[in-house]
Design a protein around this ligand. Sequence first.
Ligand SMILES: NC(=O)c1ccc[n+]([C@@H]2O[C@H](COP(=O)([O-])OP(=O)(O)OC[C@H]3O[C@@H](n4cnc5c(N)ncnc54)[C@H](OP(=O)(O)O)[C@@H]3O)[C@@H](O)[C@H]2O)c1
Length: 280
Amino acid sequence: MPDKIALITGASSGFGLLTSIELAKAGFRAVATMRDLGRRERLDQAAAAAGVTAQLDIRALDVTHFDALPAFVDSVVSEHGRLDVLVNNAGFAVAGFAEDIKLEELRRQFETNFFGAVAMTKAALPTMRRQRSGHIIMVSSIAGLHGSVTLSSYSASKHALEGWSESLRLEINALGIKVVLVEPGAFQTGIWTRGAVMGENATKETSPNIKRSLRMRDRIQALPKRDPIEVARLIACIAQDPNPKLRYLVGRDAKIQLALKRILPWKWHEKLVAHFLKID
Ligand SMILES: NC(=O)c1ccc[n+]([C@@H]2O[C@H](COP(=O)([O-])OP(=O)(O)OC[C@H]3O[C@@H](n4cnc5c(N)ncnc54)[C@H](OP(=O)(O)O)[C@@H]3O)[C@@H](O)[C@H]2O)c1
C-alpha cells in the first residue's frame, strides 16, 4: 500500500514542525507547509537528524490566501494520489486587554486561527469525501474552552474553531471522516515570542490598561511551559487511530484549568483568577 499522506500547516516551528517529523517517523508522507520557505532550515535539520528527509515534501502555504487553497490541496492530491490527514495547526496570538484591541486586529486573528482552518478543511473535504476516509485534526487550545485575561481575541478564535469543528464532526462522521480537536495548555513554542502580537494600542502610554497589560505580559511569559514533543506525538497517534475521540486535552495545566472551571461556581472561579493573576 502507498504511504498515507498528511498535510500540516504552520510547519516552520513549534507543534507543526515536530508533528511533521513525528508523522514522517510513523510512515506518513508529510506535506509540511509554511508561509515562508526561507524558514525551512530547522525543519530540514530535524528531518535529517530523524532520518526522514525522504518522507517530507516541504511547500509554501499561507492559510489566509483563501482563494489559492483549493488548487493547493488539489495539487497535493494529484501528486500524491490521496489525502489521509489534515493538521490545521497554523496560528498566532493577539494579546492585550479586550478594550485595547482594534477590530482589525481581532479580524486578523480570526483570519488565521479560524477562517484559515475552515478554508483548509473545505479544500480537503471533496477528496476525503471521495475516499470516504480522512482525519481532520484541529490544533485548538485550552483557550478554546476557557476565557483568559488579555487573550480575548485568541480565545474567541479558538472558541469559534471548537464550535465549528464540533458541528462538522456531527455532519461528516457518517462519511468516514473524523474531526478531532487537540487542546493544549502551555507548551514551549514560538507562540510565546514571535507568534505573540501585542495589540497596537495595548502598549501605548495612552491606554488606560498600560500598566496591567505589561504586568500580565510578564506573568504570561513566566508561566511554566512543557515540551511540545508531547503534543506532536499525540497528534501522530490520533492520525493513526481509526476511531479517535472528538477532544484531546493535553497538559496538566489545561486539565486543572478546565476541571476548576467545571467544578467551581463561576463567582469563585472569577475570584481565583483575579487573585492568582492579581488583576486590579
Ligand atoms: N504553544 C502553546 O502553548 C499552544 C497552546 C495551545 C494551542 N497552541 C496552538 O498551536 C498551534 C501552533 O502554534 P505553536 O505553539 O507551535 O507556535 P509557533 O511555534 O509560533 O508556530 C506557529 C506556526 O504557525 C505559522 N503561521 C502563522 N500564521 C500563518 C499563516 N497565515 N499561514 C501559515 N502558517 C502560519 C507560523 O509560521 P511563521 O513561522 O511564518 O510565523 C508557525 O509555523 C497554533 O494554532 C496555536 O494556537 C499553542
